[in-house]
Write a new protein. Structure first.
Length: 133
């Protein structure tokens, strides 16, 4: 696809950081399981997507491409500006690892749900149930 810089800018501005489709799917799933949570607590490292203060647990819902997952979608490298995207995704992965370490140091447990895992909702639900017990 050959977009102009203005078109590409418009497309990139439309990418959301919160309330994404995968995040909303996980939120609905956890809510149906009977858990109540807080969203995007700014006082915690990485602003976890779902926070369970009483349990001291947090869940991050990561997009495979943006956070460098090893699945087919996450491993796909953009053809244009490849060096920029490679560095950006690498920084995101390092930041994610640092956030998980910082949360653990503060006495929190954290789980990461990948976008591709949501293709198997039953598996994700089972994993969440184990994590939140």
């Amino acid at each position: 696809m050959n977009e102009t810089p203005e078109q590409r800018s418009r497309i990139m501005r439309a990418v959301k950081a919160t309330d994404t489709a995968p995040e909303m799917a996980v939120r609905r799933m956890v809510h149906r399981m009977g858990y109540r949570f807080r969203l995007h607590r700014k006082d915690l490292p990485g602003k976890p997507d779902l926070v369970f203060p009483r349990l001291r647990k947090a869940i991050f819902v990561h997009g495979c491409f943006w956070h460098g997952h090893g699945c087919a979608r996450g491993a796909r490298a953009p053809k244009r500006n490849a060096e920029y995207w490679s560095a950006k995704i690498s920084r995101n992965s390092l930041r994610d690892a640092g956030n998980l370490t910082a949360l653990k140091a503060q006495g929190w447990r954290a789980a990461v749900i990948w976008e591709c895992e949501l293709k198997n909702p039953a598996g994700v639900k089972k994993r969440l149930a184990r994590f939140l017990r």
